[in-house]
Design a protein. Structure first.
Length: 164
């Protein structure tokens, strides 16, 4: 009978120890119940031993993209997601389109150009495309088309020179 009592006591101690270990493990991993969900980043808190390791990897997954843009004029720290940052970067890059010279007399659209310099060059070339059209007449009457802002002004000067 004594042996049976010892066996029962031993089993009680064993089960108490197992219960203690279980509660200790539950306490150790309790942070998993209340941590930020990392599913959209492919992270599972159950794969981590410590909350700090999980938080570090989650932060890297959420904000690691910022390192790729450290040399930009915009501060990546001001944006929560890479998409928000890239949208702001695109707006910044094309902001010149909002205040550039638009001349409706020419078929040059700022939206067709990546930089303000490219647009200005195309607009300038379009404005001066008429230079080539009357070379001989201009030369005969010593008229320099580059002295005039438009073809109309240049032609008016040519007609005046022809009348003299």
């Amino acid at each position: 009978m004594e042996r049976k009592k010892n066996d029962i006591t031993w089993l009680k101690v064993y089960f108490m120890y197992k219960l203690f270990e279980k509660r200790k493990a539950e306490e150790k991993y309790k942070w998993r119940l209340n941590c930020e969900d990392g599913d959209i980043y492919g992270l599972d808190p159950n794969d981590y031993e410590t909350e700090q390791d999980y938080e570090d990897d989650l932060y890297e997954a959420k904000y690691g993209w910022r390192e790729d843009y450290s040399d930009c004029d915009l501060d990546p720290e001001d944006y929560e997601t890479e998409d928000e940052f890239l949208e702001a970067l695109e707006e910044e890059r094309t902001a010149w389109r909002n205040y550039c010279e638009i001349d409706l007399n020419y078929d040059v659209d700022p939206e067709d150009y990546e930089t303000e310099e490219d647009y200005d060059e195309a607009l300038y070339e379009e404005k001066l495309a008429w230079y080539d059209s009357h070379d001989s007449a201009y030369i005969d009457y010593e008229i320099d088309p580059s002295d005039y802002d438009s073809e109309e002004e240049c032609e008016e000067a040519l007609y005046e020179a022809m009348e003299e």
